[in-house]
Design a protein around this ligand. Structure first.
Ligand code: THU
Length: 167
């Protein structure tokens, strides 16, 4: 899968729904330090949608991103196989003066989240698609996690077979 840049209307209906779920969960972000809200919605291979929001901490580094929050939540609910993840971010105090520059940016997963999503990709039966959007959904970038993390470090580097852990 290469990179595709689309608008919302050009997405398939399931992609639109997943992005809408990311937007819904974004409102729950606990972000007193960055005041940047991120929502992530995972689509399991069986059709469930599981959301996560960033949860920050006064010591800063313990904070967790929306994507990893969604992943560990999905695991606790018994899901490890995913088709796609949608990500959307926007400043908590969105201001009119920075509207254009803010809305031009798609929120892409950070390096740590790419590594975690790469692990999920190894457990899934299909390529994990990452749907990244601007806050106003005017521009959406679709990319596989393998394209977002080239030469990713994975279980194969350690000679590990994950089949026991696939569910
Ligand atoms: N953040 C996410 O939750 N996901 C991303 O893809 C990028 C960054 C969070 C981490 C932190 O709480 C805030 O956004 C600002 O970096």
């Amino acid at each position: 899968m290469g990179e595709a840049i689309l608008d919302y209307q050009a997405l398939q209906e399931w992609q639109q729904k997943l992005l809408d779920a990311a937007e819904t969960v974004l409102i729950q972000a606990y972000n007193p330090y960055s005041r940047f809200s991120v929502g992530a919605a995972l689509l399991t291979e069986t059709g469930e949608v599981i959301g996560g929001a960033n949860f920050e901490n006064a010591a800063y580094s313990p904070g967790i991103c929306a994507e990893r929050a969604a992943l560990v939540r999905a695991n606790a609910q018994g899901y490890r196989k995913f088709k796609a993840v949608a990500v959307m971010g926007r400043p908590r105090d969105f201001q009119e003066k920075n509207r254009e520059e803010t809305f031009a940016q798609v929120t892409a997963p950070c390096g740590v989240c790419r590594q975690m999503l790469f692990e999920a990709d190894q457990l899934s039966d299909h390529d994990l698609e990452v749907i990244m959007s601007t806050p106003d959904k005017s521009r959406i970038v679709l990319m596989s996690i393998k394209a977002l993390l080239p030469y990713g470090f994975g279980p194969q580097n350690l000679g590990i077979d994950l089949s026991e852990f696939k569910k």
